[in-house]
Write a protein that binds this ligand. Structure first.
Ligand SMILES: Cc1ncc(COP(=O)(O)O)c(C=O)c1O
Length: 372
């Protein structure tokens, strides 16, 4: 039996230190905010190469706040890839803005620059969200950033899945105007509960984000904005600090498994394993593959019957979700690449500490399922 994910392997590594940190948190009543939250923000900034980082309660709040920091308001149009986690769409809809759904590049599976350009010509959106999906990023990242700048489109980068990804050796979010992170436990850097963060380049934006994540406060009982209650506490920060200390080992383990899958499956013409474009170093967040002339669900069912945990990230694109219509989503083009990958996508087990023999068991089960 190979699980799709086993968080216990990372927990085992940090358990002793975390327990003693948590005892200190309890003794100091370090529940909301506190020194460990400040320390985790500093550590995140240094690892991500981003000048400023503000923590918050989860990655979805980070998207909401990030969009607000870029001036997104009710009625504005915001472009986003049709292939992403629902939270990306949700944040736009929650602000009363109008999602504009854009297709992906069929090679790297990230939002297509050509489609983004055409969508802007057609719909003149005010902002865009680029999601660094699956553990890598677009091969055209710098062109997408330049295009948005040139057209005056505010760009939010959803970095929930890209912790540790590098572009030409530099952390992917280092130069993002505003980017967001999720510390949902299954992420590359996962917390002990929900958590998130926003990165930015300027002190002005940092002050706005800090305020808006804390009820829009200017003073304890004075408010400059209508904000949210979206804050991190010491218990979560302590856990994240211990996980961040293991980041090199986490990335090494995940990248090795991703590489093993790619190598072991490269000989089978029916199987296509997706991965980072040239110049991009993946973080090993997810294994992403398709099997010729098979639906993804067929393969996942066969893998599960063989005792191998597998998933489908994601089985349906944004435009297929019932609330998308009610949110007034604009569909740009035929979205055929995002729809097609959703039908076919399969993910093999991939997590910190997965063993080579477990990867090999998953490979054997996949090869059998592809042949059947
Ligand atoms: C691409 C993407 N965006 C946003 C989120 C939302 O993050 P959270 O679950 O922390 O709210 C996630 C993950 O859950 C995600 O994968």
């Amino acid at each position: 039996m190979v699980p799709f994910i086993d968080l216990k392997r990372l927990v085992a590594k940090v358990r002793g230190d975390v327990l003693s940190d948590w005892t200190e948190c309890l003794d100091n009543c370090e529940f909301v905010g506190g020194p460990r939250v400040g320390a985790v923000e500093k550590k995140l900034a240094s690892v991500l190469g981003a000048p400023l980082v503000v923590s918050c309660a989860n990655g979805t709040d980070a998207l909401l706040v990030g969009l607000q920091a870029l001036g997104v308001k009710r009625g504005m149009k915001v472009a986003l890839p049709n292939l992403t986690f629902w939270a990306t769409f949700e944040a736009v809809a929650q602000l009363g803005a109008i999602p504009v759904l854009v297709d992906i590049d069929p090679d790297d599976l990230q939002m297509s620059l050509e489609e983004l350009r055409a969508a802007h010509d057609a719909h003149r959106f005010d902002a865009a969200m680029l999601v660094h999906l699956y553990g890598w990023t677009s091969g055209r990242l710098s062109e997408i950033r330049a295009f948005c700048k040139e057209r005056g489109v505010a760009l939010l980068e959803d970095g929930a899945q890209c912790f540790g990804v590098e572009v030409q050796g530099e952390p992917v979010l280092a130069k993002a105007e505003v980017a967001t992170l999720s510390f949902y436990p299954a992420k590359v850097v996962g917390g002990a509960m929900d958590g998130g963060a926003i990165t930015m380049q300027t002190k002005e934006r940092e002050a706005f984000v800090r305020s808006i994540c804390n009820h829009g406060r200017s003073e304890h009982y004075s408010y400059a904005h209508v904000g949210w209650n979206s804050r991190m506490g010491g218990v979560q920060a302590a856990f994240l600090l211990r996980v961040l200390a293991e980041l090199p080992a986490i990335l090494e383990s995940r990248r090795a498994a991703a590489k093993r899958y790619r190598e072991r499956l490269s000989g089978d013409k029916r199987i296509k394993v997706y991965g980072p474009p040239a110049g991009v170093t993946e973080n090993g967040y997810l294994n992403v593959l398709t099997v010729e002339s098979k639906k993804g669900q067929q393969i996942v069912d066969a893998l599960k019957a063989a005792g191998v945990g597998a998933a489908r990230t994601y089985p349906e694109p944004m435009d297929a979700q019932p609330p998308a219509k009610a949110a007034g989503a604009i569909v740009h083009g035929d979205l055929r690449h995002s729809r097609s990958i959703c039908e076919r996508v399969v993910n093999l087990p991939l997590f910190y500490g997965i063993r080579e023999d477990e990867c090999d068991t998953a490979v054997e089960a996949l090869l059998a399922a592809a042949k059947a």
